[in-house]
Design a protein. Structure first.
Length: 81
């Protein structure tokens, strides 16, 4: 039996707690405003992205550094490019 989208959202919210306020804010805003209405492909990319290391996430999301191709679309969404 699969989890409901709301249960999935609760689990993701916990995973998004990084201890770095800037990343926490970016992830929380995405979860609150877009995650449930986003296409499944985008949601899957987000779930994969949050498993990356904090220094990489910080570089890609906060400093605008280039990220791997697999994350380009979701990083653009999160950065609001």
């Amino acid at each position: 039996m699969s989890d409901t989208p709301e249960k999935d959202l609760q689990r993701l919210r916990w995973q998004c707690r990084r201890g770095l306020l800037e990343l926490d804010c970016i992830f929380e805003e995405y979860l609150d405003q877009r995650y449930l209405s986003a296409p499944e492909e985008e949601r899957a990319s987000f779930r994969q992205l949050i498993n990356e290391q904090d220094p990489d996430l910080q570089a890609w999301l906060l400093h605008g550094e280039s990220c791997p191709e697999i994350f380009r679309e979701i990083v653009a969404v999160l950065r609001k490019d």
